[in-house]
Design a protein around this ligand. Structure first.
Ligand code: HEC
Ligand code: HEC
Ligand code: HEC
Ligand code: HEC
Ligand code: HEC
Ligand code: HEC
Length: 430
């Protein structure tokens, strides 16, 4: 196939574009990798308290914190379904008294309350720790019914966005890609302009009779594509690109050895975080009692499960497994998901309690996981990256006052974990 000088220019620029895009994508990859380390505390569990004031919003918060584990609106959980419950009582005052001291009311001979007890065969716990205002708020909330999930989803976004804004500092993957896009666009425009110019010039030369014939022939010569593809320059180009890709693929494979990101083994009991931590909003620390105290978050013992499952869904075969474990005094053999090598030291309390880092920043949206899975790479680069990007939560922590003062004298930059020794080998290695 023969083409003209204009297209030859085009080919040159196209191959330039091609190599630029190869380099660009590999850089974008690297950018995304480092940005991934920053994982903002996205979609942290929605705060219990509803939006702006109002009895119902306050009541919802009280309900979520104290009642949700036993009550739903349209189904029986441990206690009765609460839709229409307020109307089943002679007055709100009587109901308030019942919520505060159920056993007293039931044993006091209230026939309706006694009927409830006979049906559910357990006393609702006393709520004497709630104020009268809390109780009337929660009654207002029960009267109105649950709020639509859409509203809570909207508020759930807010803390994540805030964390993303404060994380800052490193390479921003989004902005990087926009700049790349603009660069590519500029190159394409330059290409078009060049082709137009070459066309105009060629035409001008063709129409100019004063140019000698052999020069014209040179300008009008055709390009031989076959020869182009066979030319040493093109072959070298192909080989270089090929080697580049192979090397990158090989490097990635070698680098991934020992990384277990995404590991989600089947567990001996079909325990769902989505149900417990998501739907029922049970606090992570209720089960992982170590997070604020020490190195290990700890996996809950069966006693913690039995706080609820001595009454909830006791007939389910999955719950029967918990009962069997209690009867035989055998621990449940959960499959461990996260596992750092022994050479590294990691402490939960340091991060969760002192650092104020959300579980989700490292473990992902656990409250949406049916089966738990390893969200982060857990590599040294991942730890270091976050230490470089995350500011120390120094306000209100007297331990950091002096450090913060010294830091502020030297620079206006926020004090990052890296500045307090978060990159020192001995902090993480025994
Ligand atoms: C540990 C489980 C548990 C918790 C927590 C709990 N309840 Fe109950 N609730 C029950 C049971 C069981 C009954 C049935 C009455 C009985 O046997 O005591 C009941 C009954 C009720 C009733 C009467 C329902 C009807 O049909 O008339 C209301 C209203 C109620 N609870 C509200 C609340 C509120 C409000 C809270 C939180 C402040 C709460 N409950 C917390 C277990 C619980
Ligand atoms: C009702 C108890 C309960 C609650 C609440 C709970 N968890 Fe768990 N969690 C467990 C149990 C049981 C396991 C072990 C079984 C499994 O891996 O699914 C576990 C496992 C995990 C693991 C994996 C541990 C490993 O093997 O490496 C992580 C991470 C985790 N939970 C984080 C969370 C976070 C974050 C929350 C709060 C959003 C939370 N959990 C709330 C009971 C709970
Ligand atoms: C800064 C990152 C980070 C944060 C924040 C974090 N974890 Fe972890 N978590 C890890 C790492 C790393 C491991 C693996 C530890 C090991 O193998 O020694 C782990 C392991 C676990 C385990 C299993 C092993 C153990 O330590 O008992 C559980 C359960 C767990 N995390 C729950 C939580 C909960 C719940 C929270 C929030 C309250 C939380 N984590 C916050 C990084 C984090
Ligand atoms: C604070 C109360 C609470 C605690 C603690 C708790 N659960 Fe649950 N669990 C529930 C509720 C509520 C349900 C939903 C019951 C339903 O679907 O009607 C549930 C459901 C389940 C189910 C599904 C049962 C089925 O057949 O649908 C399993 C499995 C389960 N829990 C395991 C556990 C294990 C294991 C633990 C201890 C690590 C635990 N739970 C601790 C409240 C709790
Ligand atoms: C999501 C961000 C994040 C990740 C990921 C993270 N850290 Fe941290 N780390 C912090 C913060 C914030 C602090 C500061 C806590 C404080 O104020 O003491 C910290 C502090 C530390 C400290 C104490 C440093 C000092 O100078 O006192 C050690 C040790 C540590 N981290 C180890 C690790 C290890 C090991 C890993 C990886 C397995 C890791 N961290 C991953 C955020 C992170
Ligand atoms: C913030 C915590 C942290 C700091 C600071 C840190 N490391 Fe690490 N390092 C880790 C973790 C976590 C691992 C395990 C990662 C893995 O298995 O991929 C690790 C692994 C290693 C390994 C073993 C690599 C392998 O593939 O087995 C070496 C060697 C090492 N680190 C050396 C260092 C040196 C030298 C320094 C100081 C310049 C240092 N580390 C600082 C957290 C840290």
């Amino acid at each position: 196939m023969k083409v003209t000088l204009g297209s030859r220019f085009g080919i040159g620029i196209l191959s330039l574009l091609f190599s630029v895009s190869i380099v660009a994508t590999s850089f974008a990859q690297a950018g995304a990798d480092s940005a991934a380390g920053a994982q903002p505390a996205a979609a942290a569990a929605a705060p219990a308290a509803g939006g702006a004031g109002g009895d119902i919003a306050a009541g919802e918060a009280v309900f979520n914190a104290n009642c949700k584990q036993c009550h739903a609106f349209n189904e029986v959980v441990v206690g009765p379904a609460l839709a229409g419950a307020v109307g089943r009582w002679p007055s709100e005052a009587a109901l308030a008294k019942f919520i505060k001291y159920p056993q007293k009311v039931i044993d006091g001979g209230d026939p309706y309350a006694k009927g409830l007890y006979e049906k559910y065969k357990q006393y609702m716990p006393n709520h004497d720790f709630l104020s009268d205002a809390d109780i009337s708020n929660v009654i207002a909330y029960i009267k109105k019914g649950p709020t639509e999930p859409a509203a809570t989803a909207a508020t759930a976004g807010a803390p994540g966005a805030e964390a993303a804004a404060t994380a800052g500092g490193g390479v921003d993957g989004g902005a990087f890609n926009i700049v790349l896009g603009i660069l590519l666009l500029v190159l394409v425009i330059v290409l078009i302009v060049l082709i137009l110019m070459v066309n105009i010039l060629t035409r001008a030369v063709n129409n100019n009779d004063s140019i000698p014939a052999e020069d014209k022939a040179f300008i009008q010569q055709k390009t031989n594509f076959g020869a182009f593809f066979l030319s040493p320059a093109f072959k070298t180009f192909v080989i270089v690109v090929g080697v580049f890709f192979l090397a990158k693929a090989g490097y990635d494979r070698v680098y991934a050895v020992g990384i277990q990101q995404g590991y989600a083994p089947k567990q001996p009991i079909a325990f769902s975080h989505k149900l417990h931590a998501g739907m029922y909003e049970i606090d992570c620390n209720y089960c992982h009692i170590g997070v604020n105290k020490g190195k290990r978050a700890t996996i809950p013992s069966v006693n913690i499960c039995m706080n609820c499952h001595n009454a909830i869904k006791t007939k389910s075969p999955e719950i029967q497994k918990i009962w069997r474990a209690v009867r035989t005094n055998q621990p449940i053999e959960w499959v461990r998901v996260h596992n750092l090598p022994d050479l590294a030291y990691f402490n939960h309390a340091q991060h969760v309690k002192v650092g104020g880092v959300e579980c989700q920043a490292c473990h992902g949206d656990v409250q949406n996981m049916e089966v738990i899975k390893q969200h982060s790479t857990l590599t040294m680069g991942w730890c270091i990256n976050c230490h470089r990007q995350t500011s120390v939560k120094a306000e209100g922590n007297a331990y950091y006052d002096k450090l913060l003062y010294l830091h502020k004298q030297q620079t206006k930059r926020e004090m990052k974990v890296a500045d307090i020794g978060g990159l020192e080998c001995s902090k993480c290695h025994y």
